[in-house]
Structure formats: C-alpha cells, structure tokens
Design a protein around this ligand. Structure first.
Ligand code: FRU
Length: 324
C-alpha cells in the first residue's frame, strides 16, 4: 500500500521546461504570469524557465541544456522559425512532448500549438484599415517584426494578401522594426520623407506602433496618420490605454496563451485528450469597444485578487489546523 502511494506521488511530479525567446517586454511578462497562475494549481510540478533574450543561438543552447535535465515536456516560443527547428525536432523525436506557443518553428514536428492565427491578424488589420480608416482609398506603411520570426512572416502575408482586394490602397513601404521600440523608431526616422505620403501605418505590435506614433509627432504628422498596432494589453502604457487615449487608432487583441499552454501541458502529461491546434480568438479594439474591454479587465483582475485572498485565508486556516 505504501509503495502504491509513493508511486502515485512520483507520477505527479512532472518537470516542465519553458524556453522563452525574450522576456523583457510587458506581453511576455503577462504570458509568464498567466503560466505561474495556472501552475499554482499543480504544486507538485517543477518549472524550469530560460530566457534567450532575443538570441536564437542562445535559445538553441538553452533547449539542449534543458533536454539534459530530463524534462517531461517542453514549452517553447522560438525566437526565429529556422534556427530553432532542429533542436525542437530533436526533443520531439526523443519522445518529449513539445508545445509551441505564439511563435512557431519551420517544422511540423510538435505536439500542440497555442496562439492566435497570425495570418488572420494581418488580414483583419488590412480589412479594418481599408474599410474603417481609409474608406477604401489611400496609402499605408507596414512596420514588421523580426524577419525570421513566424508572427512577422504570417502577419505580413495576411496583410498584403487582404489588401489585394482594395485596388485603391497602396503599400508605400514596409520595414522591419524587429518587435522593439528602437528598431521601429530608427526605420520611421529613415523614412521621414515617405511618411508624408502615407495615411495609415500597420505596426506588428503596440510597442512599435507607439514608437512610430512618437516619430510622427516629431515630424508634426501625428494627427494626420492613423496608427494600428497588435497586442491590446491592459496595464500602464500598454495597448488598451493607448487606444483609450487615442494615441493609437486601434489594436488587435493578441492573447498570450500562457494559461492554455500550461493546461494543455498537464492534459498531455496526464494522458488526457487535448487539442493539437489551440487557436486563440482575436478582435479589433478601437474607440467603439475600448471602454468595455477596460471594464472587463478591471472585473477580471478584481476577481483574481479575490481568489488570491481566498487562497491566503485557506493557507492561514490550514496552518492553524496543523498547529493547534
Ligand atoms: C512580444 C512580442 C509581441 C508580439 C509577439 C510576437 O515579445 O513582440 O508584442 O505580438 O512578440 O511573437
């Protein structure tokens, strides 16, 4: 009987490795918070976490290290699609389940994917700009993410494909801002002359959308050109606030999938049924629905605080119970 109990406990102590491509921005901090929240429901699990700081070579090495540490499952957001394909395949071929989150590799050898459809995001941005912002006529610029990262490739493909339906909308220029503020700022300044002929900008995330808007203000083009971003995160200085105060015209919600990645991980590890392609929903946030979104976020975060308070109360009571 005793050995039976011991065995059950051992089975539940799973080691999950999470290889993050970059950790410093608000979106990825939110992803990690969501993961930790879900992990708190599985206290026996061990969570190994690495941050590649935007460097694909470093991420390959970090995954190799994790594989040596005998992880039971790998969650990875690959910095770039090609450089990470081999090591992810290596893990998969060893029989370690692999959950790919947000960014993908160029290989189909993974167990599950969690994230929004980035092609659809690009397409929705194009349709919104064409119909709502430009009324089917005008010029646009695109500020893309990192060249080899899958959301940049897919968002751009969706955007350009969808714009083909609108013959009077022209793409004036496309630049890579590499997902970061400095990258977008530099490119916008270099394209100052061309910016004067543009009516709207689609930036692949809100960080680059804000950087573009700041350069437009420097050039006194701030109110003339409409800027649309992606992510629509709650929090100080993030997308929802930027749409709310009209710094950005709109942002497309891009859920992080942190919670879903962890729940999928435990379904796989527990041999329960799971979905291979977990496609998270997206929506355009603009002045018509931003207040509603903000109110919903406040409600959710208040409920979260209530849950944390209840957990604390429970722990306190257990302590009293254990030490009468
Ligand atoms: C955060 C981020 C997001 C973007 C995503 C794409 O690191 O740049 O802003 O939506 O990564 O992978």
């Amino acid at each position: 009987l005793l050995s039976g109990c011991g065995k059950k406990k051992e089975e539940e102590k799973f080691v999950i490795g999470f290889s993050q491509c970059v950790a410093s921005d608000h979106w990825r901090r939110t992803m990690l918070d969501e993961m930790k929240m879900e992990l708190s429901l599985h206290p026996a699990a061990e969570f190994l976490y690495t941050d590649a700081d935007g460097n694909s070579n470093r991420q390959v090495k970090q995954v190799r290290e994790m594989l040596k540490q005998n992880i039971d499952l790998l969650i990875i957001s690959p910095n770039e699609a090609h450089p990470l394909a081999e090591v992810v395949e290596e893990a998969y071929n060893k029989g370690i389940p692999v959950i790919v989150i947000d960014r993908k590799t160029s290989s189909p050898r993974y167990t599950a994917y969690v994230g929004a459809n980035n092609y659809e995001i690009g397409k929705m941005a194009a349709d919104y700009i064409a119909n709502v912002v430009l009324k089917k006529k005008g010029s646009v610029a695109e500020v893309m993410g990192l060249p080899g990262s899958s959301p940049a490739i897919e968002r751009s493909k969706g955007f350009t494909d969808a714009l083909k339906k609108y013959p009077d909308i022209k793409i004036k220029f496309q630049v890579y801002g590499n997902w970061v503020r400095a990258g977008a700022q530099k490119q916008m300044r270099q394209h100052a002359a061309q910016l004067k002929t543009v009516d709207a900008i689609f930036a692949h995330n809100d960080v680059m959308a804000l950087a573009s808007q700041n350069v437009l203000s420097e050039l006194s083009l701030g109110s003339k050109i409409k800027v649309i971003g992606v992510d629509a995160l709650p929090g100080k200085g993030a997308g929802l606030e930027l749409v709310g105060n009209k710094t950005l015209t709109a942002s497309l919600l891009y859920p992080t999938g942190g919670k879903e990645a962890i729940s999928t991980a435990f379904a796989i590890l527990g041999n329960r049924p799971f979905t291979r392609e977990n496609i998270l929903q997206t929506v355009v946030i603009d002045s018509t629905n931003v207040q509603l979104m903000k109110l919903q976020w406040i409600r959710i975060s208040n409920q979260q605080k209530d849950i944390e308070r209840q957990q604390q109360l429970l722990e306190d009571q257990l302590e009293v119970y254990d030490n009468p």
